[in-house]
Design a protein around this ligand. Sequence first.
Ligand SMILES: [Zn+2]
Length: 227
Amino acid sequence: MVSVSKAVAFIAFVGVALVLGWVALLQATQAEASGQTVAVPAPEVPINSIGYQGVEGGYQNHVENVATTIPEELLPALKGLTFVNGCHPWTTSKLGKCALGTFDSAGWDADESVGHKWSNTIWVSTRAVITGTASDVVLHETGHAFVHNFFDDCYFPGQAEKSVKDLLMTYFAHDQAPPAELLADAFVVAYGKDGSTRHTYYLDKFNYGVSDDALAAVRAAVWLCSQ
Ligand SMILES: [Zn+2]
């Protein structure tokens, strides 16, 4: 199980990531919490479309295939975006382990430099593939990408003073959980396949139920802001 201090440190980390204008993260404690150990191949193979060394890469094709199952409404967020099977360098450095998924708009490296060739990427770890959570991880990270690319400069009719992003952040405000992560998990609920067991780390961790109104707001925002 994750200790309280670790959880607090992790939440603080997410706050830092948000301050940096960068959102990512699907933390990966579920496999450990349930006592499963998953063999993750050593990172050695530079197999991915951006040729970045040091990533996993063995499931690159699998990850790209999962990405093709994303609902049509969300596809605008994926324009110009590259999927990478592996461990994002900045996230791995900060967490001390490979995150299940990362969305990186700016190309962050472990030394805090930006502008690297993996800007505008979604990283999906081998562990996400092996544990069967890849499609939900992809939806969560696509949610981050959609928010980043479309919700900042978009306004609901009659709501000119607050962007859709700000309104949704208010909607998902929580005294402990990062609202950006609850919102990204809401994408999994709104756009995941019916009947499957959904991997929604933050909703589960904070026992947060997404209301029908919130789901409607997310869907309306996706439609409106991608017009
Ligand atoms: Zn996230």
